[in-house]
Design a protein around this ligand. Structure first.
Ligand code: CUA
Length: 152
């Protein structure tokens, strides 16, 4: 019947939309990898000791490693506190769905994918307080998913 055909057509259209959206976001993620993100071997978060406790670690003179977990609808630790005149390598992963780790007013902006660790190294010269936001739709409170990055 015509009703059935319309139903099938509508479903194909929806599948097409989803495919387009998925393809689009993947394409975006790949573009950023070349810029400033290295996605390391997929890891299982539960088995990865580095993320047992979200934290900032002092690893050398002016050098820090930040282990950050994104999870609906927050970032941990919060705030992330690092000293001025430091070099910080961020390791960011997600416990649940795709988020982003985007520091307002900087070019720190990376997709955070469950099972993968996004890494980037950033130099901070001056004390400043930055807001962290999530740019990937991750659920009803996506727009409230915020954190703080304090350079002190
Ligand atoms: Cu997390 Cu949007």
């Amino acid at each position: 019947t015509y009703e059935k055909l319309w139903l099938i057509a509508a479903m194909l259209l929806i599948v097409g939309f989803i495919a387009t959206i998925t393809y689009g976001s993947v394409g975006l993620g790949i573009a950023m990898v070349g810029d400033q993100q290295e996605t390391v071997e997929p890891t299982q978060l539960g088995e990865d000791d580095r993320f047992a406790e979200p934290r900032v670690e002092h690893v050398g003179e002016n050098q820090y490693e930040a282990y950050v977990i994104a999870q609906t609808f927050r970032f941990q630790p919060d705030p992330i506190e690092v000293p001025a005149n430091s070099e910080v390598t961020f390791h960011v992963t997600s416990r649940d769905v795709i988020h982003s780790f985007s520091v307002a007013g900087t070019n720190i902006n990376t997709m955070v994918i469950p099972g993968e660790v996004a890494e980037m190294t950033v130099e901070f010269d001056d004390p400043e307080e930055y807001g962290i936001v999530c740019n990937e739709y991750c659920g009803p409170d996506h727009h409230n998913m915020e954190g703080q990055l304090h350079v002190v």
